[in-house]
Design a protein around this ligand. Structure first.
Ligand SMILES: Cc1ncc(C[n+]2csc(CCOP(=O)(O)OP(=O)(O)O)c2C)c(N)n1
Ligand SMILES: [Mg+2]
Length: 323
């Protein structure tokens, strides 16, 4: 699956995934140490989806990430410092201390729409962006993500239906991580594959291994190209596993240990690094350097964010309500 990527792209994917994991681990550790003020959602296990999909977009395309898509923010150009400052509720954070987690972190400078925490309200917002591109005859695509649990809601179907009728340049990636909070898949739906829901709406449906970044990149690239060429929307189901609790306060004792172990063997970050070592694209020394570069970058981000100021209390209402 990695044949269509050149060596530079392969190394970029390895870098973005390792940076994502390193920052994610730091956010989790900071929360456990009482240094992170907001609720902390880990995307551990989702790196190949967030990075692979984000990397498949053009600079003018728009993305609406959800709470496990840390890698998508990084690939689109948001700095680890700004993300860390956001988590600490600091003034230089994306929401300027208004929402200290991965919610609401939009920045149109990077063509990122902020995540709406009411699930799955980001879907119609992203579809609206796609329809506006169509209306203005701009060759741009909107991509958004949702979860397995969110795919059971009415708005998921309404969005796909409207996207199909409009033949909108819209790509919807379902991150099927086996659980919606503590509810396993088989208690949520009576189907095996969420991608079959595409048929009901007349859009292309694809299933991809969500732990294989090259596979995710390939399937999303094809969907983006089809959408840009007027071929309409695609529903992509990326199968993966949420490797930690719903958020860090949740110890996920309800997840069977064997299930976690099975997925642990297919850790998306090490899976890709091992592939590149086997292909000779990475040497063990280069890989070690990559790891230490990511650690340095994240440590610098923590230091910057910790010394940054909190917002001025006099400004707390600014930017909260639309005028
Ligand atoms: C309308 C609404 N109801 C409940 C919640 C609380 N909530 C946040 S995430 C979540 C589970 C979502 O599961 P899934 O869609 O599978 O995404 P995952 O967290 O597994 O990535 C719930 C119930 C919410 N954010 N919005
Ligand atoms: Mg889920």
């Amino acid at each position: 699956m990695s044949e269509s990527l050149d060596s530079a792209a392969k190394l970029n994917l390895a870098y973005w995934m390792r940076l994502t994991r390193t920052l994610d681990d730091a956010l989790v550790a900071m929360w456990k140490q009482g240094r992170g003020v907001g609720g902390t959602f880990s995307g551990k296990g989702h790196e190949a989806i967030a990075v692979g999909a984000g990397y498949a977009l053009g600079p003018d395309d728009v993305v609406a990430p959800m709470h496990r898509d840390l890698g998508c923010y990084l690939v689109r150009g948001m700095s680890p410092e700004r993300i860390m400052a956001n988590q600490l509720g600091k003034e230089p954070g994306v929401t300027r201390g208004r929402d200290a987690n991965l919610h609401g972190m939009g920045d149109l400078e990077f063509n990122i729409i902020g995540f709406v925490s009411h699930l799955p309200q980001s879907l119609p917002v992203a579809l609206g962006a796609a329809m506006s591109f169509q209306y203005r005859e701009e060759p741009r695509v909107a991509l958004t993500f949702t979860g397995d649990g969110s795919s059971n809601t009415g708005l998921f179907h309404e969005t796909l239906n409207l996207a199909a009728v409009q033949k909108a340049p819209f790509v919807l990636v379902v991150e099927n991580n086996q659980y919606a909070y503590s509810t396993p898949l088989h208690e949520q739906m009576a189907i095996e594959d969420i991608a079959v829901r595409a048929q009901a709406h007349g859009v292309v449906g694809e299933i991809v291994d969500g732990n294989d970044v090259a596979a995710v990149h390939a399937v999303v690239s094809a969907a983006v190209a089809r959408a840009r060429d007027g071929g309409g929307p695609t529903l992509i189901e990326a199968k993966t596993m949420r490797m930690l609790g719903h958020a860090i306060h949740d110890g996920a004792e309800y997840v069977p240990a064997e299930l976690l172990e099975k997925w642990q063997e297919r850790d998306p970050v090490t899976l890709w690094e091992d592939t590149l070592l086997e292909e000779g694209v990475l040497s063990p020394e280069r890989l070690e350097r990559l790891h230490s570069e990511c650690r340095d970058e994240v440590e610098a981000a923590i230091a910057e964010a910790e010394k940054a100021p909190l917002p001025d209390p006099a400004t707390v209402a600014t930017g909260v309500y639309a005028p």
